[in-house]
Design a protein around this ligand. Structure first.
Ligand code: PMP
Length: 358
């Protein structure tokens, strides 16, 4: 605390990211990164961009990246906004589109960055409880009344459960007066994208990242898809912060990653196969595993708190994520899908824990 701080700083509760360990040799299954590196084509594109041209500012519009995203999603470049990871895109979304008189609706169990942005910008929120089985119900969102916007992750984080596209469309048909933001960070692992709804609904914004299914968390590339007026609002906010959010390496690597269909398809299939194996192995050990459409599973073991399980696994040098809040999920741990070898290590560690007296 300092008297030099702007008053708002005293009220901020920043997001606490998952541990990025400095020690070597830990099996890192805690922040949903891709366990496989980017393809050679992507690495080559980044290496080629890393030359004399770095003395020049990048393209402030990142036009090449917008064109690549537009092509992938069958939209036009005017319907794409790009940013430095989807966290930054989301920060701009909150300011540009979600600050209104009526409260912003969000699920009570959701990506924990959303309340942080809401507080930062002074946006009132109303939490909508997930159903007993942890699914998000469109009827519950609609029953929450007048709103200044709706945001949810699909698949949801940290549950991994997905809402069918038809349900999102039903929401859009019934909620036409505010923006509906669908955060699709994990959509490529088995859920249906809402990208095809962009042409039909002026109030849907789909947020995407290259950090998960495109294996580029370290490069920080995210984007949003929406009709031109929504994109224009985001661009106005971005230009008020930083006209060059994406550097030359990120633009080059991002373009190559979006065009790398073969590497992408192989990798996501591998991750989904490993997810199935892990879910089965956890269930065989008595765990409750929520049905996941993401690159992680959310699971609990009888007689274990999530905190104890995460701490026990850490002693075996395996990192998973545990959320103390809300209380309903305190017994769960979120396990990112790693390589098959990493998942074997996790299962050995789990067996050692389950056999040892608590
Ligand atoms: N949305 C959700 C739901 C996430 O879990 C994450 C990753 N923590 C992000 C957005 C942000 O991802 P990035 O900033 O790496 O694009």
């Amino acid at each position: 605390m300092s008297r030099f701080w702007s008053p708002v700083v005293h009220t901020l509760t920043p997001y606490v990211p998952g541990e990025q360990p400095r020690i070597e040799g830990l099996v890192k299954l805690n922040t949903n990164e891709c366990p496989y590196g980017p393809s050679q084509a992507v690495l080559r594109a980044i290496a080629e961009a890393s030359g004399e041209a770095l003395r020049l500012y990048p393209d402030p519009q990142a036009s090449a990246l917008k064109a690549a995203a537009a092509q992938l999603h069958r939209l036009s470049p005017e319907q794409v906004f790009v940013g430095n990871g989807s966290d930054e895109v989301l920060a701009h979304v909150f300011m540009a589109l979600l600050k209104h008189e009526a409260p912003l609706l969000l699920p009570d169990i959701s990506y924990s960055f959303y309340p942080v942005y809401a507080r930062l910008y002074g946006i009132e929120t109303r939490q909508v409880a997930l159903a007993e089985d942890f699914s998000l119900r469109v009827d519950d969102l609609l029953a929450a009344g007048r709103n200044g916007g709706i945001i949810f992750a699909n698949p949801n984080a940290p549950t991994g459960m997905a809402l069918p596209r038809a349900e999102i469309e039903r929401l859009l048909q019934a909620n036409r007066d505010s923006v509906v933001v669908v955060d699709e960070a994990y959509v490529d692992f088995g859920a249906e994208s809402a990208d095809v709804l962009v042409q039909h609904y002026p109030n849907v914004l789909v947020v995407c990242t290259l950090s998960k299914s495109r294996a580029l968390a370290g490069l920080r590339v995210g984007y949003a898809l929406g009709q031109a007026p929504l994109i224009e609002a985001l661009t106005r906010v971005k230009d008020s912060f930083n006209s060059y959010p994406l550097d030359r390496l990120a633009i080059a690597g991002g373009v190559a990653a979006l065009q790398d269909t073969v590497g992408f398809t192989q990798m996501r299939q591998r991750i989904m196969a490993t997810r199935q194996r892990l879910s089965q192995a956890l269930r065989q050990r008595g765990a409750q595993v929520l049905p996941s459409s993401a690159n992680f599973v959310f699971a609990r073991l009888p007689a274990w708190t999530g905190a104890a399980l995460a701490a026990g696994l850490r002693e075996h040098r395996v990192l998973v994520r545990h959320f103390a809040q809300p209380a309903r999920i305190a017994d769960f741990v979120r396990i990112s899908i790693g390589t098959d070898a990493q998942i074997d290590t996790l299962l050995h560690a789990l067996d050692a824990l389950l056999q040892a007296p608590q």
